[in-house]
Write a protein that binds this ligand. Structure first.
Ligand code: UDP
Ligand code: MG
Length: 311
């Protein structure tokens, strides 16, 4: 019989796991002709998420878990799940029930019967999210899609079910700074999109601070675009041209009018502008350099403390 595995990244989700398990299990059981498994990835939770996962595993052989030695982030949790998956179909699902499990049967049908390679959810609204967060997120997708060679749908979620070949191609990408949404889009494949209403988190609270989200956005742009690096060159060229013409005009006017034209204020302003620009460019190079540095160090994306896979 064919198998399906659902990867569930969990970071401090003890409030919601029971609810998740009770709601998703019947959905998975209802899938005909498919043997189902959960791969819960405990991403270094500080509450008793791991104990709850172990108690599930004790009474239910459909539950596999991987537990990290510390918090490595959702991207790493998804990667660990994908790397340890063996099934013909592999899905990813948040633990907080924001990804409505009722979509799973239709998504499975899309990949088993309708000839799609990926069934992915995208949200149709941003209900329950602050206006500021929606604004930032929309701005990010506009900029990212202009600057990078991959195009990411603004509503695209990590919630998806894919065939083994898609999983293999995702896992074969050896990057460390993983921006999974970009990677999903990069590998391509025939995707069916499912509109999905944003559900409220069933319990617990969001694990993403504004700062974490900004870092995530930066990873997305820098990981898939070299445009920021080119910014230094073009702004430098612009300023050089400006300075050259400015100087030329000064020399010519001096020759014609024999007057004093230097304004100290303008000089000071120019110093600030140019100084600022040089620092910005250095900062951009620094961001890329930092990424090259982490790639070269070749450290693992995560460290597994314990797991019941292969037991
Ligand atoms: N998550 C994780 N590691 C982290 C942060 C989040 O594994 O460092 C998991 C979390 O447990 C949840 C999913 O990623 O299952 C989405 O997180 P969350 O619901 O906090 O994000 P939001 O829905 O607010 O974007
Ligand atoms: Mg959530």
């Amino acid at each position: 019989m064919k198998k399906i595995e659902m990867i569930v990244p969990c970071y401090n989700e003890s409030d919601v796991l029971e609810m998740f398990y009770k709601e998703v299990t019947p959905v998975m059981q209802s899938l005909e002709g498919l043997d189902y498994y959960f791969i819960f990835v405990n991403d270094g939770s500080k509450d008793n998420t791991l104990e709850i996962l172990k108690s599930f595993a004790e009474k239910d052989s459909h539950v596999k878990y991987i537990s990290f030695s510390r918090n490595f982030g959702k991207e790493s949790a998804m990667l660990a799940g994908l790397k340890n998956s063996t099934a013909d179909l592999v899905g990813i699902l948040d633990a907080d029930l924001q990804h409505s499990p009722t979509l799973i049967p239709e998504m499975v049908k899309a990949v088993t019967e309708e000839g799609y390679d990926v069934a992915a959810a995208k949200r149709s609204d941003r209900k329950g999210e602050s206006g500021f967060k929606s604004f930032l997120s929309n701005a990010f997708y506009k900029v990212a899609n202009k600057m990078t060679e991959v195009s990411i749908d603004p509503g695209a979620q990590d919630f998806r079910i894919m065939k083994r070949k898609v999983v293999l191609s995702i896992v074969s990408i050896a990057e460390h700074n993983r921006f999974t949404k970009g990677i999903f889009s990069f590998v391509g494949f025939n995707t069916k999109w499912f509109a999905h209403e944003n559900r409220e988190r069933a319990a617990g609270e969001t694990k993403w601070s504004l700062f974490k989200l900004l870092r995530y956005a930066l990873d997305g742009i820098l990981g898939f675009s070299n445009v920021p690096l080119r910014f230094s060159f073009w702004s430098g060229a612009l300023f050089f041209a400006f300075g050259f013409i400015y100087g030329l005009i000064f020399v010519i006017r001096r020759l014609i009018e024999h007057g004093r034209l230097i304004s100290v204020n303008i000089m000071i302003a120019m110093l600030f502008v140019i100084g600022g620009l040089v620092l910005i460019c250095l900062g951009i190079i620094g961001e890329y350099l930092a990424r090259i540095y982490t790639e070269v160090k070749n450290r693992p994306n995560y460290i597994i403390d314990e797991t019941n896979i292969n037991e």
